[in-house]
Design a protein around this ligand. Structure first.
Ligand code: SF4
Length: 172
């Protein structure tokens, strides 16, 4: 039996990255394009997801005059399949994240041989997302601190390497 305590703990864990009610459904996005600088040494397919709730002052998406469109799975896979061998990474920016859907998007990218990157204004992320990422940029936009090119920045960019398999014996 699942207890209230379990739900409470799960809710606390997830509070750092989206709310339970945002688990399901499609994302909406402004546009997608190929970018060269957002992930070092990667040619990336970038999806600019709408609806970020963090409201950082000065966010460039705040007053954008663009209508977000639904990011259907069919369209997403079409873009990925079209760029196999041309692009090396898929990066998501912005975002009112639907965690279950984001997991599916990341897994689908990995299945096609892409690396994955998430830009998030949050300072923490849950393990189920972390294990599907090769890169992550974290931290909200603070204009007085500047972005990644500034030494004063509050943001961090990690290259992630999972080495769990090194602890596992062959054939087990
Ligand atoms: S995290 Fe990024 S997208 Fe979200 S409000 Fe801040 S700057 Fe904008």
């Amino acid at each position: 039996m699942v207890t209230t305590d379990f739900y409470q703990k799960t809710k606390q864990t997830l509070a750092a990255f989206g709310d339970e009610k945002f688990f399901r459904g499609s994302h909406f996005f402004y546009n997608t394009n190929i970018v060269l600088q957002e992930v070092p040494n990667e040619i990336s397919i970038c999806f600019n997801i709408s609806g970020c709730q963090l409201n950082c002052p000065g966010c460039s998406w705040r007053n954008i005059d663009m209508q977000p469109k639904e990011l259907s799975r069919e369209f997403y896979l079409e873009i990925l399949d079209k760029n196999v061998g041309l692009a090396s990474c898929v990066v998501f920016m912005g975002g009112e994240w639907k965690r279950n859907e984001l997991i599916w998007l990341l897994e689908s990218a990995r299945e096609r041989g892409y690396k994955t990157c998430l830009y998030t204004g949050q300072n923490s992320i849950t393990l189920d997302l972390l294990r599907l990422l090769d890169y992550i940029k974290m931290g909200p936009w603070r204009s007085q601190k500047g972005g990644l090119t500034q030494k004063t920045t509050n943001q961090v960019f990690f290259k992630l390497e999972q080495i769990t398999h090194l602890f596992q014996k062959k054939g087990e």
